[in-house]
Design a protein around this ligand. Structure first.
Ligand code: 5AD
Ligand code: SF4
Length: 439
């Protein structure tokens, strides 16, 4: 029998989780494990989980259930991430074949947890209740995205929006020192990365523990590193979004023309119930700063429909806001009651069917807004970073600085390599992508 240590890791949820998985993979490789492509090949099966909405959480338990038979073949299971932190030891009751349960604030202890697992222990937990771990990056982070280097600058969230589990699953807000962020950025620029994405549940709350840089100054400094051509950041909170961020984007061409600013609702009444700490007007003022920039900054947002008590009038205010802001991308969600959150005690009076139809109305309207807006870009020349090629269709796929997918043909005999930058003349548009030809 082979004694080789192998693992399969599947990631659910947001970019923070995707990046955490890069840290977990690096740590496992350091411990002598080899990553494999399927559950069947692996000795250790890990799920890095998301609990932001009920559906995301259910997916994880379904996946565990699908593969539980493998336990009999001697395979071990581990649940990592937000569901692990939220459910804790209850996971062992619900899925007794699971041996390891760890939240993201305990990944520093993974080597120790793995050796306990190897020595046969079957109920290992990493559930730091204080969740104050400050290991933002391990030196082994195994970057999986060949073009975009993720760097965590702030962990956790102190906002406690009334619907959200994040403050409970990812713990208190803690910022990483600017010297460490910049050292990491220089290191990955030296490895050949040209695009960096700064990550945090709320990047605008960034407070440099070294007291050297504001968030806007940090953005600018990352954008000045030799070799870095694109800097993105996600996600932002309107309450902490300051004007100097727009000024930084205006002044530094390496900062991408895109801001993701989740609004959640267009109704001040609902925003108050959500404990978002801003009003519709406050939000729209930040949008007006972004729109007044010298560069065309693309806007995207997150919206929750069917929050407890959201009336038809409140929903119309959200629809009006879509019209007013003209986003280039909207992530819309039906409200989902989450454990521990204050909104759980509010009367969730909106039937699922009504939530579903509000969401559909919202997404249909947004699609039309995007159809019009994207078509306004026909005739423009955009810089596109190549992500992959589809030789069968003769097309190359990439993204503009505004983060819009661009599919283009290339009249040159040699196709541009993934990771390279190409000027593309836009010749057509769909509601979610642009098409063009390399010039
Ligand atoms: N129900 C529905 N959507 C939610 N989000 C966060 N919590 C919930 C919830 N309980 C959405 C918000 C957030 C995005 C990441 O997920 O819109 O910005
Ligand atoms: Fe959740 Fe609000 Fe924090 Fe975002 S800002 S992670 S929505 S609590």
């Amino acid at each position: 029998m082979s004694t080789e240590k192998t693992f399969y890791l599947e990631t659910f949820g947001c970019q923070m989780n995707a990046h955490d998985s890069e840290k977990v993979i690096g740590t496992l490789q350091q411990e002598g494990y080899r990553q494999v492509e399927t559950e069947l090949e692996a000795g250790l099966i890990l799920y890095n989980t998301c609990s932001i909405r009920d559906k995301a959480e259910q997916k994880v338990f379904n996946r565990l259930n699908d593969y539980k038979k493998l336990h009999k073949a001697g395979k071990r299971f581990g649940v990592l991430g937000c569901v692990a932190q939220q459910e804790g030891e209850k996971i062992f009751d619900r899925a007794p074949y699971v041996s390891l349960v760890s939240g993201s604030a305990s990944y520093r202890k993974l080597p120790e947890m793995l050796s306990r697992l190897e020595s046969g222990e079957s109920r290992i937990t990493g559930l730091d209740d204080r969740q104050t771990d400050e290991t933002f990056e391990t030196e082994f982070t195994a970057r999986q995205n060949p073009f975009r280097g993720y760097i965590t600058i702030i962990e956790g969230c102190d906002k406690f929006c009334s619907y959200c589990v994040v403050p409970y699953t990812r713990g208190k807000e803690r910022s990483r020192g600017s010297s460490s962020v910049l050292a990491e950025a220089r290191r990955i620029a030296d490895q050949g990365y040209t695009e960096i994405q700064l990550l945090g549940q709320n990047v605008n709350s960034y407070r440099d523990p070294e007291g050297k840089s504001s968030f806007a100054e940090l953005l600018d400094a990352v954008g000045r590193i030799d070799g870095i051509r694109r800097v993105r950041f996600t996600t932002s909170h309107p309450r902490d979004f300051t004007r100097d961020i727009v000024q930084a984007i205006d002044a530094n061409p390496a900062l991408c023309d895109h801001v993701h600013l989740p609004v959640q609702s267009g109704s001040s009444r609902v925003l108050k119930m959500m404990a978002r700490e801003y009003t519709r007007d406050w939000y729209l003022e930040r949008i007006s700063w972004i729109k007044a920039a010298k560069r065309p900054i693309s806007l995207s947002t997150d919206i929750i429909v069917g929050f407890p008590g959201e009336t038809a009038e409140d929903f119309i205010e959200t629809m009006d806001l879509l019209q007013e802001v003209q986003y280039d991308c909207v992530f819309g969600f039906k409200y989902s009651a989450r454990p521990n959150t204050p909104a759980l005690t509010m009367i969730d009076s909106i039937p699922e069917g009504e939530k579903g139809s509000r969401l559909q109305v919202l997404l249909d309207r947004q699609r039309e807004i995007q159809r019009t807006n994207y078509s306004k870009q026909i005739g423009q020349s955009l810089e596109v970073m190549v992500e992959n090629q589809n030789p069968a269709r003769g097309q190359i796929a990439g993204r503009s600085s505004q983060n819009k997918p661009v599919n283009f043909t290339n009249p040159q005999p040699i196709a541009p390599a993934p990771g390279s930058y190409v000027k593309v003349k836009i010749t057509g548009a769909f509601p979610n992508s642009l098409v063009g030809e390399a010039v």
